[in-house]
Design a protein around this ligand. Sequence first.
Ligand SMILES: Cc1cc2nc3c(=O)[nH]c(=O)nc-3n(C[C@H](O)[C@H](O)[C@H](O)COP(=O)(O)OP(=O)(O)OC[C@H]3O[C@@H](n4cnc5c(N)ncnc54)[C@H](O)[C@@H]3O)c2cc1C
Length: 284
Amino acid sequence: MKPAPFRYHAPKTVDEAVALLAQVAPDDGRILAGGQSLVPTMAFRLARPRHLVDINGIEALRRLVVEDGALRIGAGVRHAAFHRPVVEGPLGKLLSAVVQHIAHQPIRTRGTFCGSIAHADPASEWCAVAAALDALMVARSVRGERVIAAREFFQGIMSTALAEDELLVEVRLPLLRPDVRVGFSEFNRRAGDFAIAMAVVLYRMQDGTMAESRIAIGGAEAAPRRIEAAEYALKGRAPTADAFAVAAEVIARQLDPLEDNQNTAGYRRDVACTMVRRALEQAS
Ligand SMILES: Cc1cc2nc3c(=O)[nH]c(=O)nc-3n(C[C@H](O)[C@H](O)[C@H](O)COP(=O)(O)OP(=O)(O)OC[C@H]3O[C@@H](n4cnc5c(N)ncnc54)[C@H](O)[C@@H]3O)c2cc1C
């Protein structure tokens, strides 16, 4: 199939893009970033936007910089930018490990980090990372700029706190101290498929025990989130298989997994628990 007819707009600045979006969003206008989620749905006519505001020509959105203790990822930055660590230390290491799980190479050269965050597929790896790190999303519209915390941003399956006329201009990930240990694990049946469940974990060692732990689950529920009860279960414990098993048990009780025609909720719960154990083992 071919997409339904639409009008194409190619702004050169962020101001121009948000002004256009203000005009066309009420008439089903959408941002076009990498097109790796939007264009297939248009080709199947599951989406029929009347206007596309293409942000690929906006130089200012290609920023990928460290500023004020955070990695700032502009809306034009592609997944492939993370194939090599973009910052020293655990954050760069985590991002370059995670990116390998996103689709396939050609999709990673077009698709954008911020596009994944705005699209909010429950099985998006970047969304799980954003939840784990308490990322900040910077949204711009003609009304101005606002910063949205990850826990308010992800609201459900492909549902976010972004208003229809807001452009996600940047995502900010806090830099991690050099002694933070990181782990990521996901399961899918074929390489490149969307994950059935994934876990992102972080912790620091303090006097031989785990401190400041983070555990986020993606893919299993409608939106990625930190599971604070499981993080608490690790507090003050040595990084042993027993401690990891306790965290996995907490995850099992806390999750409300999605079901589909290939995966029951129970299966997704089991996979999520295994991913947590594996991610914690990797971190240790
Ligand atoms: C075969 C295949 C396999 C895939 N596998 C995976 C996978 O394993 N994991 C994964 O995470 N993704 C996967 N993807 C999706 C891919 O990562 C996309 O790149 C990503 O979801 C969307 O990014 P994009 O830049 O292509 O956005 P687009 O497709 O251009 O846009 C997606 C949606 O987000 C909106 N949008 C985009 N950018 C912004 C912005 N800056 N502000 C506001 N709204 C915006 C658009 O209007 C649209 O509604 C896969 C895609 C394909 C085709």
